[in-house]
Design a protein around this ligand. Structure first.
Ligand SMILES: [Zn+2]
Ligand SMILES: [Zn+2]
Length: 383
């Protein structure tokens, strides 16, 4: 019953664009469903703030504005699902959205009495998932729609569920991932003083510090990334990121959890141990957060003029290319200079790769299969 409903919902979400023209209730249904899910998650967060929310965001949930916002959100979800139910012949989207909205309301809606939260231990970032997805989605969905690289590619394209699940996992486990990734940095900080160096680094203009962080981070990232390509055992982890056959902002989330830890654990070292100020570090983190979605996005700008200086979507799309000339090129994530220096630069004017993914498609589908993939014994072919 549940799997039939899931399949019906999935197939309606994936309806080809030409089969759902304006006025057929698809957009209202999808919008209603997204708002309903967000509303339900917020209601659950109000019930269990200590378990489901990030401490810095927690305080805002008590405010009247948040309650009013949540009330309006549920109202909008209700209205949109009703509109979809009226317009759309296939009722699965509208009905699901409506049931989720009603469940959120039955669970207390915007009037939930939140328990007091003292010091909390382990928590999941369900709120971070909603905000993360809403923020990047609102930014990149219109951008990809207006300036697409592949016009035929839809929001609910092949393997969107996997990538959404990657988003969910990395947001939910933000606390533990940060804790583990910061371990090497914390160890270095505990054993070093470098007072003069740190004072000097932190005393520079903020924009210069951000630029230096970009440069140092990318230098580390370049070699760690290249290692992930060239050491066979590590490649099995990184192949998961490269297994995406459609690139868009959501594909940036697809990364094996172990790679996230190694990549973050090493790249954050320079920015935290050299004494850069908090403002510069946060500015950089915001930048890299947007940048990593942008370079994967399905946007068709060629950026021929600046492509040699900074990493553009086309540069990183070549890194994901399935063509022979795209293998092991363009490892940098900010400055193509590193690829020029170390002999891995490839960016032909105006051209894009013919497709994306790993040749022979050795990586299985689905989050858990991909999680296990690097640990499985491989049957090697003789070629
Ligand atoms: Zn790579
Ligand atoms: Zn990538």
């Amino acid at each position: 019953m549940f799997s039939r409903l899931r399949d019906a919902l999935r197939s309606d979400l994936e309806t080809p664009r030409h089969e759902r023209p304006w006025g057929t209730g698809w957009i209202s249904g999808v919008a209603g469903l997204l708002l309903a899910c967000a509303g339900l998650f917020f209601v659950l967060e109000l019930h269990f703030p200590a378990q489901l929310t990030l401490p810095p965001l927690r305080e805002s949930y008590g405010s009247a504005w948040f309650r009013i916002g949540l009330h309006l959100l549920l109202l909008a979800a209700f209205t949109l699902s009703a509109v979809s139910l009226i317009l759309r012949t296939n009722k699965v989207l509208g009905l699901t959205a409506m049931v989720i909205t009603l469940a959120a309301t039955a669970l207390g809606g915007s009037r939930v009495d939140s328990p007091e939260v003292g010091e909390s231990g382990v928590y999941l970032g369900l709120d971070w998932f909603v905000l993360n997805l809403a923020f990047t989605g609102l930014l990149f969905v219109p951008l990809e729609r207006l300036f697409p690289r592949r016009r035929e590619q839809q929001l609910f394209r092949a393997e969107w569920r996997e990538d959404l699940f990657y988003y969910l996992v990395s947001s939910l486990f933000a606390q533990v991932l940060t804790l583990i990734s910061m371990a090497p940095t914390t160890a270095i900080l505990a054993h070093t003083r470098w007072t003069e160096l740190r004072a000097w680094v932190g005393g520079q203009w903020v924009w210069l510090q951000v630029l230096e962080i970009m440069f140092l981070t990318d230098l580390v990232q370049y070699w760690v990334h290249r290692m992930f390509h060239q050491v066979p055992a590590l490649w099995e982890f990184h192949a998961v990121h490269h297994s995406a056959t459609s690139l868009d902002w959501m594909a940036s989330a697809r990364m094996h959890v172990l790679e996230i830890i190694v990549l973050r654990g090493t790249t954050v070292i320079p920015m935290f141990v050299l004494g850069f100020t908090e403002v510069a570090i946060y500015a950089y983190l915001l930048l890299v957060y947007l940048y990593s979605s942008l370079v994967h996005a399905n946007v068709g700008w060629n950026f021929n003029r600046i492509g040699w200086l900074v990493v553009t979507p086309r540069f990183h799309h070549w890194h994901h290319g399935i063509d022979r000339e795209a293998i092991d090129v363009n490892f940098a994530i900010h400055f193509p200079l590193f690829d020029r220096l170390f002999g891995t630069y490839y960016l032909p004017r105006d051209a894009w790769p013919s497709g994306y993914g790993v040749g022979g498609h050795p990586v299985p589908r689905g989050y858990w299969q991909q999680f296990l993939h690097p640990f499985r014994r491989k049957t090697r072919s003789n070629d």
